[in-house]
Design a protein around this ligand. Structure first.
Ligand code: GLA
Ligand code: ZN
Length: 679
């Protein structure tokens, strides 16, 4: 772990706080004073300042005022509260946008935004970059050496893409570099002979406007890669100033869970630690909160895995409700606590809220906040937050430790994008996330925590690796996977493995391409997409029958491939649906159809045994996570069910209560136990 991250972990505490906008209350010193008092009462130890404060810092071009910020940071620090300082580039001042139309984003329909809202500037604009850099220099002059400053929060929820002429030109320049200035290399990579879309000059290439080029998959994928690159390049403008001026302060930015817009594996490389904003829809009709919980756990793992080996920060969540769902339901009693503990269980070193205090106006006036418009501390939400903060206070020792995963799950943004943009299969929603969450959940039910990694990361250290719908594969991957399995690794892949290469061209010679079919001993000759009302079934070796929906691949097997299940129905009745092939000291499983949880379970159970991992199931609704620090392990058992559950705990000390435990215990509905073992 580098020194900068230690600035943060040297605070011997889980970070507890949230977005705080004192600049909206500067005419109310009584409220500012009340904030400090209430933060103290709630056990807050950090505040995120300045997220949207650009105009409060710079009301007119070059006229800066950081006095209010310094005063607030001083007052917070005096009360034992540190500051994560945002760079305010997430929203631009009116005066700047009026004077410089180029900084306003051009949307996918080709229209330039009017000024308003937020997160809608052009990442390419030299004016924007220059103005941000100038501001950051002055911000560093003002508070760069403030003792309360513990982290920089870069911009806020970076997102979206600009399609302006500047961005289009940068896209072409990026393509020229990538394709050695050779337009025919582009034509080959993108298969542009299709529909006569051959380019004869780079100048003919435009971003994929929604009424423009939408039929060249390679272009769509490269545009998404460029968009990530351009946002990262923009971030460099901020990073250059902050690294130079405050070399010891760690940098992060808040990611947005399963956000499609950027490759977070790439953006994370710019950061000292990652953080994200979690807004799961608890209590959504038709969805069990156990499912919501495990999907959130997967997302924690997805973000954590962007910076393997390092804890992350839950930058935002709501203490009660949001304002942007169609129906804004309150978090029921107990949910906030469980969700906060879950974040820490999954590797977070902090749980912070949007927002500390509700503003009086603007569209977020009725968004949940720790302190509401009544300014009181004797209501449910404030008390819930305070109680969770007390719990988090008891988990201080967990800071700096990392998830101890038993298995890896491979997730790749390029592959996701290529799959989502592909025409075919279920055209609108291929359900990659569901597929990944299902496998993640299946492993978790066995008490196996899962690390979500990109295919380029070091997944070989895990005895088991799962590959949900890894549709796009890059050169060298198959050889790595092959070597891994031969030396004892266990791989579990699903349908749609290795259909296309890095520029979305279909692999020739059968799927999965690139040697993967030899490893799995499987060739997917065809894929049948089922209508939502249709079902097939898998018939297993022991005669059991489990449902299949959505996808059925028609598989051809190598001689030494074992059939685990066959199709029950349709013209491919009796042909293989799920297989296993013993390879070297390991095994390669192939799931050719979308099974239900019971079907997945049958595969995972055997794969876990092959990998030497536990194959015993936890009680329904119990989620398990583990963090490790040297010889010390922190086992988290979360009861996401609405009923009490009995669970067998390892021997150790239950950290929330200080009790020695070991053996069976009952966890109340939405209850949790955190067992510290081996101190
Ligand atoms: C996002 C933003 C916050 C706020 C919340 C509301 O996460 O970062 O500024 O708008 O959503 O839920
Ligand atoms: Zn632009």
């Amino acid at each position: 772990m580098n020194d900068r991250y230690q600035t943060l972990t040297s605070l011997p505490a889980v970070l507890r706080g949230g977005d705080y906008n004192p600049d909206q209350w500067l005419d109310r010193p009584d409220i500012l004073e009340q904030d400090i008092r209430l933060m103290h009462e709630a056990g807050v130890n950090t505040a995120t300042l300045g997220v949207f404060s650009w105009t409060a810092y710079e009301r007119a071009d070059g006229e800066y005022d950081f006095a209010w910020l310094k005063e607030r940071m001083d007052a917070l620090y005096a009360a034992g509260i540190c500051t994560e300082l945002a760079t305010p580039s997430g929203a631009k001042p009116n005066w700047l946008a009026k004077a410089n139309p180029e900084i306003r984003r051009v949307q996918v329909d080709g229209r330039r935004d009017k000024q308003g809202r937020r997160h809608n500037h052009c990442y390419s604009s030299p004016v924007y970059r220059r103005k941000v850099a100038q501001l950051l220099e002055r911000l560093c002059d003002a508070v760069g050496d403030h003792p309360g400053l513990i982290a920089w929060h870069l911009s806020n929820e970076l997102g979206g893409a600009c399609h302006c002429p500047l961005c289009a030109e940068r896209f072409r320049t990026w393509l020229r570099r990538r394709y050695h200035n050779d337009i025919d290399e582009v034509n080959k990579a993108w298969w542009t002979g299709f529909w006569s879309h051959i380019y004869t000059d780079f100048d003919q290439i435009d971003p994929p406007f929604d009424n423009g080029e939408q039929s060249v998959n390679g272009l769509l994928l490269d545009w998404r890669r460029f968009t990530t690159w351009n946002a990262a390049d923009y971030l460099d403008t901020e990073i250059e100033v902050l690294r130079r001026r405050t070399p010891n302060i760690p940098l992060t930015t808040n990611f947005m869970s399963y956000y499609p817009g950027f490759d977070y594996h790439v953006l994370a490389q710019k950061l000292d630690f990652v953080s994200w904003d979690a807004y799961p829809q608890w209590g959504e009709p038709g969805h069990d909160d156990t499912d919501v919980a495990i999907r959130t756990a997967f997302e924690h793992a997805l973000i954590r895995g962007c910076k393997p080996g390092r804890p992350f920060l839950l930058m935002e969540c709501t203490p009660s409700l949001v304002n942007w769902h169609a129906y804004n339901k309150l978090k029921r009693p107990g949910v906030n606590r469980l969700a906060g503990l879950q974040a820490v269980a999954c590797g977070a070193d902090g749980v912070q809220y949007f927002q500390w205090r509700a503003g009086r106006g603007g569209v977020e006036q009725f968004h949940g906040a720790v302190v509401g418009h009544d300014g009181r501390s004797d209501h449910r939400v404030f008390r819930d937050v305070t109680a969770l903060n007390e719990d988090l206070g008891r988990l201080a020792g967990v800071c700096g430790s990392y998830t101890q995963a038993g298995a890896a799950l491979l997730f790749d943004w390029d592959s996701r994008w290529a799959l989502e943009d592909a025409w075919g299969f279920q055209k609108q929603d291929k359900k990659l996330r569901e597929c990944a969450v299902r496998l993640y959940a299946g492993l978790n039910r066995h008490g196996v925590d899962v690390e979500v990694l990109g295919p380029e990361a070091g997944w070989e250290t895990y005895p088991l690796v799962v590959l949900p719908m890894l549709y796009l594969t890059k050169p060298g991957f198959a050889q790595r996977l092959d070597a891994y399995v031969r030396s004892g690794g266990v791989a579990v892949a699903t349908y749609m493995l290795g259909y296309v290469g890095p520029t979305t061209l279909a692999h020739l010679g059968g799927f999965p391409g690139e040697g993967l079919k030899d490893l799995f001993g499987v060739t997917a000759r065809e894929i049948d997409t089922l209508y939502p009302q249709d079902q097939n079934a898998a018939i297993w070796g022991d005669g059991a029958n489990t449902p299949i929906v959505d996808y059925c691949e028609l598989l051809e097997l190598a001689d030494d491939t074992e059939v685990l299940a066959r199709y029950a129905d349709d013209f491919y009745e009796g042909t293989p649906a799920v297989t296993r092939r013993a390879v070297g000291r390991g095994a390669a499983y192939y799931i050719g159809a979308r099974l239900d949880a019971v079907g997945d379970e049958r595969v995972l159970c055997r794969a876990l045994r092959d990998a030497g991992l536990p194959d015993e199931l936890l009680p329904d609704g119990i989620e398990y996570h583990c963090r490790r620090n040297g010889t010390e392990r922190w086992h988290f058992y979360l009861n996401t069910a609405e009923k009490p559950r009995r669970v067998r705990l390892p021997a150790g000390v239950e950290a929330l209560t200080g009790r020695p435990v070991g053996g069976e215990e009952e966890l109340s509905a939405l209850g949790a136990a955190v067992v510290r073992e081996g101190r």
